[in-house]
Design a protein around this ligand. Structure first.
Ligand SMILES: NC(=O)c1ccc[n+]([C@@H]2O[C@H](COP(=O)([O-])OP(=O)(O)OC[C@H]3O[C@@H](n4cnc5c(N)ncnc54)[C@H](O)[C@@H]3O)[C@@H](O)[C@H]2O)c1
Length: 328
């Protein structure tokens, strides 16, 4: 496969996931790293044979086919617009932006663009297998879903003010997963939330524990369970109940060895964080982006999916504020 040059924007936690995946992909070459933190940009560039660059010069290079946007959330939309205007294919981490009005206003610019949004759960092999079995009718007609998304530990308080809050930063993954599995747009949203993990999160105006109930026009129900602290690892599960049975995607353990003895049953811990739990999903997502860039696929999670998930996240916030369900 011919290799197409890409530029990485943002060499932080997610840049360190997607940058190496691009550098190692047979259809991509990581050419530039853009980050205002010179040390972070230089370390990533030298490790993966790329060059440090400014955004404008990277986008002005006609050899650059695509960009990977892994900058902080408040930068995504500006970077995506600049890249699309320069005719590049875009992979953009979630969410598109925190401001739904801005996101909607910019939407026409993305018509026809090659734009993949970072809803990585759609690329998880376990969740993909569950969806295939659901669509094959193994559990009959889907009636309800339970999604569990529990972080192992609360983020540092400094992360909270720019995160957009639990629903736009964290639940947004589950809202997209729900849309993907339900095959229908939720028409009603009810959320209840508390601050139980870290009082500092509450002082900063956010919540850390939530339950959300989605209902679709045909009556399908989805419950989403979120917390910023499990204490036992990165808890990621799906249960899908249908007219003929149930499908479940369980947690993934560090290894499959289980001891059974007089003391009981002892298994390895579940994966401790997103980078390990979704390692295969991130690689699959980057491979899909390469297929999009090479013109062999259309993006499986596009701009419209980002808008729809943001609409639901705002509805969750509104429901917590008013204590009432929100009809869409
Ligand atoms: N899909 C997932 O599983 C997942 C997980 C974590 C974070 N995220 C998302 O990824 C994004 C990045 O999160 P992170 O945890 O990597 O954050 P981070 O703070 O570790 O990294 C962000 C990087 O962007 C850089 N940056 C800031 N402004 C920039 C600019 N103008 N140009 C270029 N680079 C710039 C920062 O210097 C930093 O290195 C966030 O939007 C977050 O919501 C997604």
């Amino acid at each position: 496969m011919e290799r197409i040059d890409v530029a990485l924007i943002g060499a932080g936690r997610m840049g360190q996931v997607h940058g190496p995946n691009a550098a190692n992909h047979p259809g991509l070459r990581l050419k530039y790293v853009v980050d205002p933190r010179p040390d972070a940009a230089a370390a990533m560039a030298s490790r993966w044979g790329a060059q440090v660059a400014e955004l404008d010069s990277a986008l002005a290079d006609p050899g650059i086919g695509g960009v990977l946007i892994c900058s902080s959330t408040d930068q995504h939309l500006g970077h995506a617009l600049a890249a699309v205007r320069a005719g590049k294919a875009v992979f953009c981490e979630k969410p598109i932006d925190l401001d739904l009005d801005k996101v909607r206003k910019a939407e026409p610019e993305f018509a026809g663009a090659r734009f993949l949004l970072g809803f990585n759960r759609r690329f998880d092999p376990h969740f993909q297998a569950l969806k295939r079995r659901l669509e094959a009718g193994e559990a009959g007609n889907l009636e309800s879903l339970q999604l569990v998304n529990h972080d192992p530990a609360a983020p540092p308080p400094g992360f909270i003010p720019t995160s957009g809050g639990l629903f736009k930063d964290f639940t947004i993954h589950d809202l997209d997963l729900a849309r993907w599995l339900l095959g229908e747009e939720p028409s009603e949203v009810f959320s209840s939330a508390s601050c139980l993990v870290d009082p500092e999160i509450g002082r900063l105006g956010d919540v850390d524990t939530a339950r959300t109930l989605l209902k679709t026009p045909t009556g399908k129900l989805c419950v989403i369970s979120n917390t910023r602290r499990s204490g036992y690892g990165y808890d990621q599960r799906i249960e899908a109940y249908g007219s003929k049975g149930m499908l479940t995607a369980a947690n993934v353990h560090a290894n499959t060895v289980v001891t059974l003895n007089e003391q009981g049953v002892d298994a390895a811990p579940i994966h401790p964080n997103f980078a390990e739990r979704y390692r295969a999903a991130y690689a699959g997502q980057l491979d899909h982006f390469a297929q999009v860039l090479h013109g062999r696929a259309t993006a499986q999670a596009g701009y419209a999916d980002g808008v729809a998930a943001l609409v639901l996240a705002e509805a969750c916030q509104e429901s917590v504020r008013t204590g009432a369900p929100v009809r869409l």
